[in-house]
Write a protein that binds this ligand. Structure first.
Ligand SMILES: [Zn+2]
Length: 368
């Protein structure tokens, strides 16, 4: 497989448009057409991981945290990132990262965390708002399927687990071209009437410009008539955090022990009464404290996340309980899922790839 094939396949799961706007996801280093045979999966690209990739003849590192999160001004051996970039380039090892786009994806970091903690009926805690539009295009009947296919290919028409979703209604269109036009039907200067289809599809806002461009390529009319409407619908396929229920109610004390065991955490920080009953659990892998209010609003008994601030703990003393189980601990649960997707990709392409998870614990935080 080529690097661009791996990237394309992973972006079907976690598309770059779903990333936080200041994030930097996708191919970080590499030639898009370089061959990939051995992939090393890690949360972080560290010197030890690069060394492991080199010794193991890996040609691609797939990481959660982007190597180039901050835009570098120079690549030299005078700082950590520069040394890693030079080392990777010299060894011909590519890097591909899925970060906040993987946080926002179904089956991404928070879903993996929910699964590891044994939650069922898991849904997004905060579905992505203001991210969808409705695209309606008016097209002669004979060309409707070509236009629908072009829009589908550009990413329109996905609702939940369904794709190619569209609606067609028939009607009558009128138009009058000026003397300089060359209309698909009729004569310039005359009011024409045609039977047309109104084809409508939902589309992620971030993809609509490309969808319109692709639609115009196959649409027969000189001036294509189309409308883009903003939608208030939450996006069922993308969001932040996850919420679900435990199979059996427990106390916060027991749930804390369960969390530590499940995540291999040396310890957790928490707020709330140890005797309180835990049934509904909200989670967000990594720095998710901003979602605490949403967890409370959705009736969670406890919220599990990381990088929690003092004042957020204060809020949790009497309402929804709060557990900070560590950034690394709440995110490493995604690694087996990345490996699984990569294996599926290799299978789809009929390629035999070697895919391994790093042997290094890249967590920089230690307990004393
Ligand atoms: Zn993180």
């Amino acid at each position: 497989m080529e690097l661009r094939d791996v990237a394309h396949s992973m972006e079907q799961w976690a598309p770059a448009w779903a990333a936080w706007e200041r994030d930097n996801v996708g191919i970080q280093i590499g030639r898009v057409r370089q061959r990939v045979k051995r992939i090393l999966v890690t949360l972080d690209v560290t010197a030890k991981v690069v060394d492991e990739a080199d010794r193991g003849s890996f040609d691609l590192i797939v990481s959660h945290h982007p190597l180039l999160f901050h835009q570098p001004k120079r690549i030299t051996d005078q700082d950590v990132t520069g040394r890693l970039v030079l080392s990777l380039a010299q060894r011909n090892i590519a890097v591909f990262s899925m970060h906040t786009n993987l946080d926002a994806a179904k089956g991404g970091v928070s879903f993996a965390l929910a699964e590891t903690l044994g939650l069922v009926d898991v849904q997004f805690l905060s579905p992505l708002a203001d991210s969808l539009v409705k695209l309606a295009v008016f097209v002669p009947e004979a060309h409707a399927s070509r236009v629908r296919n072009a829009l589908t290919h550009a990413g329109a028409g996905v609702i939940g687990d369904y794709s190619s979703c569209s609606f067609e209604s028939t009607g009558t269109g009128t138009f009058q071209g000026s003397g300089s036009t060359s209309p698909f039907v009729g004569t310039p200067g005359h009011v024409e009437t045609t039977n047309e289809i109104r084809l409508e599809m939902i589309c992620p806002k971030a993809l609509v410009a490309k969808a319109v461009e692709e639609m115009k390529k196959v649409h027969p009319c000189e001036e294509v008539a189309y409308d883009i409407y903003p939608l208030a619908n939450p996006n069922p396929n993308f969001g932040m955090g996850a919420i679900g229920t435990l199979r059996r109610s427990t106390t916060l004390k027991q749930f804390i022990n369960h969390t530590k065991r499940s995540l291999h955490a040396a310890g957790v920080r928490y707020a709330g009464s140890l005797q309180r009953t835990i049934n509904r659990v909200a989670v967000c892998g990594g720095s998710g404290s901003d979602l605490f209010a949403e967890a409370e609003r959705k009736g969670a008994d406890v919220f599990v996340s990381a990088d929690v601030r003092y004042h957020t703990f204060q809020l949790a003393e009497h309402g929804t309980a709060l557990i900070d189980a560590g950034h690394y601990e709440t995110e490493q649960v995604i690694l087996p899922h990345i490996v699984k997707r990569l294996k599926q990709t290799a299978k789809n392409y009929g390629e035999s790839l070697t895919i391994k998870t790093t042997v290094h614990h890249t967590n920089p935080i230690h307990w004393a």
